[in-house]
Write a protein that binds this ligand. Structure first.
Ligand SMILES: [Fe+2]
Length: 598
């Protein structure tokens, strides 16, 4: 890239960010380490533009009214209308409906570029709670919301379509029967408050529907295409197969030989890992009763269960949440946080007297345990306790040249209790930086069987974050060093505390305030006011040379339209390339899957 072109791009980028009043961004081209002129310009602009973010949240009082439904089954209560009026992002919590027919999205009229071949024929699947309330009754936790699968498809002509469908779980069908009965007796759907089936946090309205019943699976966390089968995953139960042609729910999916081997987990982790190179899947979940604990399974690319084993827990009779894990070429790494319930504590939930979720608590005095298991035979390679931290997600892991394992984990900045309080009622939640995370490289010596260091990742501009994503180009490369970049949702201080920004975190540590540090790269895409992005999917370029040669594809909730956009960024520059507007909104989703054109 010529210095002139670099300078033009730099100006364009800074202008883009200054328009948003969010400029802690600098341009740095990692292909040009020796361009002193541009570095000097960069430093000047950075000093001028880069201001410290206030820890206070700007509530961004709406200058517009979120156009929520005024009538019909989706009409919100006055309480929810008030919350959305105060915090427009909460409009994205509101329920959606089925849209089985694909609808063509409207392209941004300013968009004159052609859709790249890497996107054509591809599909982005997103999964999340399609509703966090049932009529007037709010679920007792966001994670109890009924799963809804969304498909964004790019045609070979570059057109974009979207469709959505609730996952027809047993609980969804039971709820449908209750609502139909309520309406048949003269009630209005928006007024009903009955919970038909027990969730992990939300008890059924009728005590008899709780007693002796295990919590039902909402099927709401992560979609995955494995062995050409689309699955809706959630640790609350087995995978649920979705018909890729119709988007209709086919039912619980059974892997080959799951029963023969024995010990196959009852739940199925939403973040089950597929090896980027050989295609084997590693899934884990709660053991089938009467067994206690977590089981992990190794599944062939053809869907055959090859082996199962127990995950060693700090308390063999305790209940733990193992939401995520990360994998290297040879290992799978679990971070087991002390978010737990003892057998005594969970007994009322086992009977059905109270919810499972509310039986758990966070023990901030307990250690966090790291368990490393071998992919080859699921044997335990290492168990080590480290100082307490809470975490939901990991970004990835790798083995360095010494054979040591590095797990890149999110560490929660504040208290887990406060975070869970927000999840318990997202409509009433308030967010600060403390409910977000920072990334750490946990360096594990496999020879000494200990953690050597925990190093914070990202420069001084790295913002409180969640939902880290790494380029699949890095995962596939079996590299012996950390990824160069991690893309995350983050909290940019406005928007009422919810995600308003996507940041590109440079993983090399920034050690001083010296602006001469060329290794600091921090680029951001800041959503327009009233817009809230989802976790990104990284789509690599076919002829990629660098780790960031690709596109970031994501959904963005527009509170202004109460509808969603599909947005594509250039992963290198973080500049917006394409935007399409959908005629309806996708309630905030948790995770996604990009399926390239086969
Ligand atoms: Fe997750």
């Amino acid at each position: 890239m010529s210095s002139r072109l670099l300078s033009q791009l730099q100006s364009k980028l800074i202008k883009t960010h200054s328009n948003t009043n969010q400029s802690c961004s600098t341009l740095y081209n990692h292909h040009q380490h020796n361009n002193n002129n541009n570095n000097n310009q960069k430093k000047k602009k950075k000093k001028k533009k880069c201001t410290k973010i206030s820890s206070a949240i700007t509530n961004e009082r709406a200058k517009f009214q979120v156009p929520l439904p005024k009538s019909g089954a989706l009409k919100p209560s006055r309480e929810i209308e008030n919350e959305v009026e105060r915090f427009p992002w909460k409009g994205g919590l509101e329920p959606c409906e089925d849209h089985y027919e694909r609808v063509k999205l409207t392209a941004d009229v300013k968009n004159e570029q052609k859709v790249p071949k890497e996107l054509k024929g591809g599909k982005l699947y997103r999964l999340g709670p399609g509703r966090a309330r049932l009529g007037k009754k709010k679920y007792a936790h966001w994670f109890d919301g009924d799963g809804c699968i969304h498909e964004v498809s790019f045609t070979s002509e570059g057109e974009v379509y979207m469709r959505s469908a609730f996952v027809r779980t047993e609980r969804y069908k039971a709820q449908e029967r209750k609502v139909n009965s309520f309406v048949a007796n003269g009630g209005k759907e928006e007024d009903q408050e009955v919970v038909a089936a027990r969730g992990a946090w939300t008890q059924a309205s009728d005590a008899m529907d709780n007693l002796g019943k295990f919590p039902t699976n909402p099927g709401n966390t992560s979609p995955i295409v494995f062995n050409d089968t689309l699955l809706a995953l959630c640790e609350g139960g087995p995978p649920i197969e979705i018909d890729k042609v119709t988007l209709k729910t086919k039912g619980e999916y059974k892997f080959k030989n799951a029963d023969i081997n024995g010990g196959f987990p009852m739940g199925f982790a939403a973040h089950s890992k597929i090896d980027a190179n050989d295609g084997y899947m590693y899934a884990w979940g709660l053991a089938s009763p009467p067994a206690i604990g977590h089981r992990v399974a190794k599944i062939s690319p053809k869907g055959e269960v090859l082996q199962t084993a127990s995950v060693p827990l700090p308390d063999p009779f305790g209940f733990f949440l193992l939401h995520d894990a990360c994998d290297t070429e040879n290992y799978i790494v679990f971070v087991i946080i002390p978010w737990k319930a003892s057998l005594v504590e969970i007994m009322p939930a086992l009977i059905g007297y109270e919810s499972f979720g509310h039986s758990f608590s966070y023990d901030s005095s307990a250690k966090t345990r790291i368990v490393v298991m071998r992919k080859s035979d699921l044997s335990v390679a290492l168990e080590v306790d480290v100082d307490n931290f809470s975490s939901y997600h990991n970004a990835g892991a790798y083995e360095d040249e010494n054979g040591d394992v590095h797990a890149i984990v999110c560490k929660l900045d504040g208290s887990r209790k406060d975070l869970e309080k927000n999840f318990a009622d997202m409509y009433a939640s308030t967010w600060t930086e403390k409910q977000y995370n920072h990334l750490y490289d946990v360096h594990i010596s496999m020879k000494q069987k200990l953690v050597l260091s925990e190093t914070k990742i990202g420069g001084k501009h790295a913002k409180p974050m969640e939902f880290p994503v790494i380029s699949p180009l890095w995962s596939k490369a079996k590299t012996k060093s950390k990824p160069e970049f991690i893309y995350t949702l983050c909290f940019g201080s406005r928007g009422g505390g919810y995600f308003d920004t996507i940041q590109k975190v440079k993983t090399k540590s920034h050690t001083s305030d010296d602006d001469d540090d060329d290794d600091e790269i921090h680029l951001e895409y800041v959503s327009k006011p009233g817009h809230f992005p989802s976790e990104v999917a990284f789509v690599p370029k076919t002829s990629s040379t660098y780790e960031d040669d690709g596109f970031l594809v994501f959904l963005e909730y527009s509170a202004i339209r109460h509808a969603s956009d599909v947005v594509v960024l250039d992963a290198k520059s973080m500049l917006e390339l394409f935007r399409w507007e959908a005629p309806y909104h996708v309630p905030y989703t948790f995770h996604g899957h990009w399926e390239k054109n086969s």
